[in-house]
Design a protein around this ligand. Structure first.
Ligand SMILES: NC(=O)C1=CN([C@@H]2O[C@H](COP(=O)(O)OP(=O)(O)OC[C@H]3O[C@@H](n4cnc5c(N)ncnc54)[C@H](O)[C@@H]3O)[C@@H](O)[C@H]2O)[C@@H](O)CC1
Ligand SMILES: [K+]
Length: 483
């Protein structure tokens, strides 16, 4: 499990650790780690041109001390002092090592730009002259390394108000910060390198976590010798309609390929015919009214993809949500819930898998606000809707009351194509019916879905290319085998 923390959590842990070591120890550890990473990025340290962007806080101090170490190894280190104050010890160390201060024009000629403008002390939009420096660093040809956090990215949430430094690598200290995992912040970081400064024993429970392949392998339900299809989990899927059949075929495909014991599919006749043609493994029922009583016993439901939002669909959604087993609601099912939130009052867990647009309708908040502040809104959704929520998007977030927000780290931008969400709902449904909690089921499903997409998208040359939603389902058995 990878974990991440808010700025406040990091500060509290740092204070506790600082009380046990001589003053300046942590900054020395941070700066040493930073200088080692920077040195590794340069073809040769001696003679290379390093420019430090130095803000007024300790983030600037880290940059200055790291710059001093590089200067001692023969780099030409120049510091642009951007703040109203400058870390005195750091500046003295740099000048003592042969570094110097300079004007902004040196950015253009740098081999390496070290962004020490703001770290976890940053708040709100970057002010001038930081903003202009952030833009200049992004436009310059040199490599950009962010110190602790790319300046302009909110370390606790990943929010970016205005401009931020676009780094090719972020060197973070002590522990990962939320903003390095969550978009839009994540997209400014490049790979994240963690420098150990001894914070581990002082860290609280994480605010954010992400599953690794090993975590998912441990969580996945696997059949045992005495398993039969019923004991492995029976998933009910209510999806599709006479007008829309593709979503149903894809959801059933995701479920079957993810290893469902049995899928019971129920819908209008056209959708049933399509599913039966494509997936003879599923048991199908043509519904002739808003009841799922004749479908048979299931351990979980997937409700919504392609089912429509008309009166009949609403009555059908009501019938599924009235059952006492976990229900995962997606797509049209979410629109139905947005129109009548009272449907969410139920005894068994409900799992919602909206994208930002669907969450916007559920919470009555503009979509852009959700996209700019994904962490806040996924938490708010959990609190307001009383459900487990997976928010899809550039970073998929999974939230449940009183648990860390999980960030999914697998996937490829090629996943942004029609139908992949339907496959995801099928995978998650299978894991729900197999006995995982809603939180674990959607977390593992998102992880597998991303891995399968990566595998489907990677061509013979190793690059990435387009995928169709069904390709994701097709790759699932191979991905599960590889874990
Ligand atoms: N506390 C510790 O023990 C350690 C801290 N370290 C470093 O210290 C950093 C935190 O240092 P600080 O608490 O001094 O805070 P920062 O250096 O991150 O930033 C605070 C300064 O930035 C200014 N600022 C904040 N938001 C701004 C904005 N939007 N535009 C322009 N200026 C803005 C503030 O006025 C303040 O002067 C960490 O990110 C890390 O780099 C490391 O040395 C490791 C040890
Ligand atoms: K920074």
């Amino acid at each position: 499990m990878r974990t991440a923390y808010t700025s406040d959590q990091i500060r509290t842990a740092e204070r506790a650790l600082m009380a046990t070591v001589p003053e300046g120890t942590l900054m020395r550890r941070a700066a040493t780690g930073l200088s080692v990473v920077c040195a590794g990025l340069l073809p040769g340290v001696y003679g290379s041109r390093v420019v430090l962007l130095v803000g007024s806080g300790d983030n600037g101090g880290d940059a200055l001390y790291a710059g001093a170490r590089l200067a001692r190894r023969g780099a030409r280190v120049e510091a642009i002092l951007a703040g109203s104050r400058t870390h005195a010890g750091g500046l003295a160390a740099l000048l003592d090592a042969g570094g110097r201060t300079a004007g902004t024009d040196v950015i253009e000629r740098a081999d390496l730009i070290v962004d020490g403008l703001v770290g976890i002390g940053g708040a709100g939009e970057l002010r001038e002259p930081y903003r202009t420096l952030a833009l200049a660093a992004g436009a310059a040809p040199g490599l950009v390394v962010a110190v602790d956090v790319p300046s302009g990215v909110d370390a606790s949430t990943g929010r970016v108000d205005g401009e931020a430094v676009r780094a090719q690598l972020t060197v973070t200290f002590g522990a990962c910060k939320n903003g390095l995992l969550v978009d839009p912040g994540r997209s400014f970081c490049g790979p994240v390198e963690l420098v150990d400064i001894g914070l581990g024993p002082y860290l609280p429970d994480p605010d954010v976590a992400s599953l690794t392949d090993d975590d998912v392998a441990d969580l996945l339900p696997r059949p045992e010798a005495e398993s039969d299809k019923y004991r492995r989990g029976v998933l009910g899927i209510v999806a599709g309609s006479d007008r829309f059949t593709g979503a149903a075929v894809l959801a059933v495909g995701g479920a079957i390929r993810a290893g469902a014991g049995l899928v019971r599919f129920a819908s209008a006749e056209t959708a049933v015919r399509q599913v039966r043609n494509r997936w003879p493994e599923a048991i199908t029922t043509v519904l002739d009214g808003p009841s799922v009583a004749e479908v048979g016993r299931v351990q979980a439901w997937v409700l919504g993809p392609g089912m429509g939002t008309g009166e009949e669909a609403v009555a059908l959604a009501r019938a599924v949500l009235a059952t006492d087993v976990p229900v995962l609601v997606d797509a049209d099912g979410l629109t139905i819930l947005a129109n009548d939130r009272s449907l969410l009052r139920r005894s068994a867990p409900t799992v919602l898998t909206p994208h930002a647009g669907e969450l916007s309708r559920l919470l009555d908040v503009p979509r852009e606000r959700i996209e700019a502040a994904r962490m806040e809104h996924v938490r708010r959704a959990v609190a307001e809707l009383g459900a487990i929520v997976l928010l899809k998007g550039s970073t998929t977030l999974i939230a449940e009351q009183d648990r860390p927000v999980r960030v999914n780290t697998t996937g490829t931008p090629w996943l942004a194509t029609g139908g992949t969400g339907d496959v995801l709902s099928g995978i998650a449904g299978t894991l729900l019916s197999g006995g995982l909690s809603g939180y674990d089921a959607v977390s593992c499903a998102a992880h597998l879905h991303g891995l399968a997409a990566q595998a489907a998208s990677t061509g013979i040359s190793g690059g990435h290319g387009p995928i169709a939603a069904m390709d994701v389902a097709t790759m699932l058995p191979q991905v599960i085998r590889s874990l």
